[in-house]
Design a protein around this ligand. Structure first.
Ligand SMILES: Nc1ncnc2c1ncn2[C@@H]1O[C@H](COP(=O)(O)OP(=O)(O)OP(=O)(O)O)[C@@H](O)[C@H]1O
Length: 259
């Protein structure tokens, strides 16, 4: 990847479900380190777009590349290993595992110690486990979850579960982090804290972030650029200011609220 290669390049990508073009002819480029929003009305195709990026769906048209490498058709776990992690609109944690184990699970896919060393409990297994645990605890500290690391994930308050989801996605060491409505269901104070946290982790982990969000305050406050989807197609791209004043966007989605 040269300095000019975008981290993510999506060219004319789309997918059909029978007669429905859920996403069509979408072009998106993210530079290393950008924090970009993806907005649009209900059913616009935002989650489907994330599913295309993460390999859950294979695009029926166009191409998707990460750091110059084509991802189309690769399995989701491979795409995750290559550097794309995500969170979900509906929280998907292992509810009966501890907070700590939820993060450690994400490390396992990257762990250096081999399956054989784990089966035979070789010294490298124990040092690997210890290293993993220390790293997981470090993550939990950043997310202010270290105080509840032995709680079962399902017993955490909602805002903490959302933060844990992000911590877990980060543990896979992604280059690109996809956040699907991270502030959904949060109160204004939690949303505010989340905005700060998102900015902080971007700096700290040198991340590129693409964020789906209905909370306009969050999107406009934290993102440098915004893409707008409507009926599966991109209708606008620009700075928060440009998006706020774009007539197509106002008509499609934002209405009076934005002006
Ligand atoms: N597996 C599927 N089979 C058929 N149709 C699908 C499938 N997945 C998504 N769709 C359709 O694609 C369209 C886009 O849905 P999607 O969930 O991506 O929208 P969205 O922008 O994320 O909406 P929301 O903001 O409500 O979450 C919808 O019409 C949806 O019904």
């Amino acid at each position: 990847m040269t300095a000019k290669t975008p981290l993510l390049k999506v060219e004319n990508a789309g997918i059909r479900f029978g007669g429905l073009k859920a996403v069509s002819d979408v072009n998106v480029e993210l530079k290393q380190g950008e924090l970009v929003g993806l907005i649009g009305p209900n059913g616009a195709g935002k989650t489907t777009f994330f599913n295309l990026l993460t390999g859950v769906y294979v695009p029926t048209e166009g191409s998707i590349s990460l750091a110059g490498e084509k991802l189309n058709g690769q399995a989701p776990y491979k795409i995750n290993q290559k550097g794309i992690s995500r969170t979900f609109q509906n929280i998907r944690l292992f509810g009966d595992l501890s907070v700590l184990d939820n993060v450690k699970v994400a490390y396992h896919s990257l762990a250096k110690h081999s399956i054989l060393s784990s089966i035979f409990r070789l010294p490298s297994h124990f040092s690997g486990e210890k290293e993993m645990e220390e790293k997981a605890i470090e993550f939990l500290k950043i997310f202010k979850l270290d105080g509840v690391m032995h709680e079962m994930a399902k017993n955490l308050p909602y805002g903490q579960q959302r933060r844990l989801e992000i911590a877990r996605a980060l543990a896979a060491n992604p280059k690109l982090l996809l956040l699907d409505e991270p502030a959904a269901g949060m109160n204004p104070q939690e949303t505010d804290e989340l905005m700060n946290l998102i900015s902080l982790i971007r700096e700290r982990f040198d991340l590129t972030i693409l964020l789906i969000e209905h909370d306009m305050l969050l999107v406009m406050g934290v993102c440098e650029r915004i893409y707008v989807l409507d009926h599966g197609q991109l209708i606008a791209e620009g700075t928060p200011e440009q998006i706020r004043n774009n007539p197509k966007v106002i008509e499609a989605y934002l209405g009076e609220e934005v002006s």
